[in-house]
Write a protein that binds this ligand. Structure first.
Ligand code: F6P
Length: 364
């Protein structure tokens, strides 16, 4: 492909540590080939209002690999196929502005879109592909819940942050002889909870894949007492739910954000533990701390590899695919397939078995 290509990159959905490493890798790999890269601010905003489109040069992406967040900004409430806009009468209305984005893309002589996002953003990218825009997707999410790739960047950093927090809770829980309940992110998958819970030596780990029984949870904590260990650590994934119960969530009131917002299960679990065992129990929600900060070395490398592979795929003439990590390499998988199925923790996995072997209660 000898022609000088013009690529536009955007970052969409919740941020994840490693986004800047992807951007840098795309820019440097493209410039090596003599191509140009533009960044669309806040998801698709730069393709709608082209003042929000920036030319990205190697100088502009110098030293950003270690930065959290994204230099391009991101949003999880601006789906261009259902953009919420205010009408002249002040009412909110959903509009499909995808055709305007496509006409801007063509008018600016852009050749390819690299969309970096989770399931929602990649589903939007797939729709643009179906409307004729050449697209490469890059999988991002701290939740690690995309089925087509072995791992997403951002996950390792989130797990490290959660593990670090759990480590710190051991000393205060022990000093006060308390049970500490930590709620971690992950949506409907228990990856962050399971990995940080094992690495942080939790007594109980509750994940969405295993509905939990409070009797079993409390019995495990009382075993600690019998063994002379007067405190306990419980890690709860935000999407975990009791047997026969429902997920703790509220519907978002933010315009353009249709998703439910998970959260609150940790406090419910703490309340039950307090009531059933009489143990002094506290809960905390780690929340967006897990999305912030500098990416780990693992995530920097993974994100950089994703970005470089996206540019290689363009050179190979591929389109409508997502870069998937399939060790030892990066492979293209159809975007459509990549967003079809959520990747949840397999109950027969070695990691789940390891937790059981260590006597960690998984709530069942
Ligand atoms: O998907 C990433 C994630 O951080 C989830 O783990 C969490 O449920 C959600 O995003 C929170 O979204 P928001 O940024 O709207 O608070």
């Amino acid at each position: 492909m000898p022609r000088k290509l013009r690529i536009v990159i955007n970052t969409g959905g919740g941020d994840a540590p490693g986004l800047n490493a992807v951007i840098r890798a795309v820019v440097l790999s493209a410039y090596q080939r003599g191509w140009e890269v533009y960044g669309s601010r806040n998801g698709y905003e730069g393709l709608l209002d082209t003042d929000q489109l920036v030319r990205l040069t190697p100088e502009m992406v110098a030293n950003i690999t270690a930065l959290g967040g994204t230099i391009l900004g991101t949003t999880n409430k601006a789906n261009p196929f259902e953009l919420v806009v205010e009408t002249v009468t002040g009412e909110l209305e959903k509009r499909d502005v995808s055709d305007k984005i496509i006409s801007n893309f063509r008018r600016l002589g852009l050749d390819y879109l690299i969309a970096v996002g989770g399931d929602g953003s990649l589903a939007i990218a797939q729709r643009f592909y179906e409307k004729g825009i050449p697209v490469i997707g890059v999988p991002k999410t701290i939740d690690n819940d995309l089925s087509a790739t072995m791992v997403t960047f951002g996950f390792d950093t989130a797990v490290s942050t959660a593990t670090d927090a759990i480590d710190k809770l051991h000393s205060t829980a022990s000093a006060h002889e308390r049970v500490m309940v930590v709620e971690v992110m992950g949506r409907y998958a228990g990856w962050i909870a399971l990995h940080s819970g094992i690495a942080g030596s939790a007594d109980v780990i509750l994940i969405p894949e295993i509905p939990f029984d409070m009797d079993k949870v409390c019995r495990r904590l009382m075993e600690n007492e019998l063994n002379g260990r007067k405190y306990g650590i419980v890690v709860v994934a935000e999407g975990a739910a009791p047997i026969g119960g429902t997920i703790t969530a509220k519907t978002s009131t933010e315009p353009g954000r249709d998703q439910v917002l998970l959260g609150g299960v940790g406090e419910n679990v703490a309340r039950e533990i307090r009531a059933r065992t009489g143990k002094d129990t506290r809960s905390l929600v780690l929340g967006h701390l897990q999305r912030g900060g500098s990416p780990t070395t693992f995530d920097r490398l993974l994100a950089t590899r994703f970005g470089a592979a996206a540019v290689r795929f363009i050179e190979e003439g591929l389109s409508g695919v997502m870069v998937a990590n399939n060790p030892p390499g990066m492979v293209p998988v159809p975007l459509k397939m990549a967003v079809e199925r959520m990747k949840r923790v397999p109950l027969d996995s070695d990691t789940v078995q390891t937790a059981r072997d260590l006597g960690i209660c998984l709530g069942d």
